[in-house]
Design a protein. Structure first.
Length: 174
């Protein structure tokens, strides 16, 4: 792929930006990348600190940042299986079901960004698809009904209750 700036050399740096749902890709050669941003692609001095510092513009020093990150990774441990966050990062595998609750705040945003959801819904069999969809909808509506009653939104709750009854009597999804 050619550099989008000079149109002559091969692109070595590929940047993808997503702003308001619009995705823009930029492909630059080493020279143009150096001219535009001061990034030297040939030097392998990219670090997590430099990446994050460029994003959040934090004033913490690289040594302090690395020390805090190492401490957090080493000491954060699941209370059930004793898996550390560092072990999870290295292996990509959680130790038990409790790890999801313990480490979830750290990896759920990444999981959502990668898969666009954090809950697996799977595929539905063709012959029972409508029945399964109705059961899922009823389950979701019952949870909504509980929240509405707790929030004392009775008018909306009666509408949801009526929809649940209609679906349970053999109604179709709208």
């Amino acid at each position: 792929m050619k550099c989008q700036q000079c149109q002559s050399r091969s692109a070595a740096l590929h940047v993808t930006k997503t702003i308001n749902g619009m995705r823009k890709e930029i492909h630059l050669c080493e020279s143009c990348a150096m001219e535009m941003s001061g990034i030297n692609v040939k030097e392998n001095d990219f670090s997590l600190y430099k990446l994050l510092a460029g994003i959040i513009k934090d004033s913490i020093s690289e040594d302090d940042f690395m020390e805090q990150a190492d401490d957090m990774v080493a000491t954060d441990t699941c209370s059930v299986c004793q898996t550390t966050y560092g072990q999870f990062v290295k292996s990509g595998k959680l130790g038990c079901a409790s790890c999801y609750g313990h480490f979830g705040k750290r990896f759920m945003p990444s999981l959502k960004r990668i898969h666009t959801a954090t809950e697996h819904v799977g595929k539905l069999p063709r012959r029972n698809r409508n029945e399964v969809q109705i059961k899922r909808r009823v389950t979701d509506l019952k949870a909504l009904l509980m929240r509405l009653v707790a929030a004392e939104e009775y008018e909306r709750a009666t509408q949801v209750r009526d929809e649940i009854r209609m679906l349970e009597r053999g109604g179709d999804l709208a």
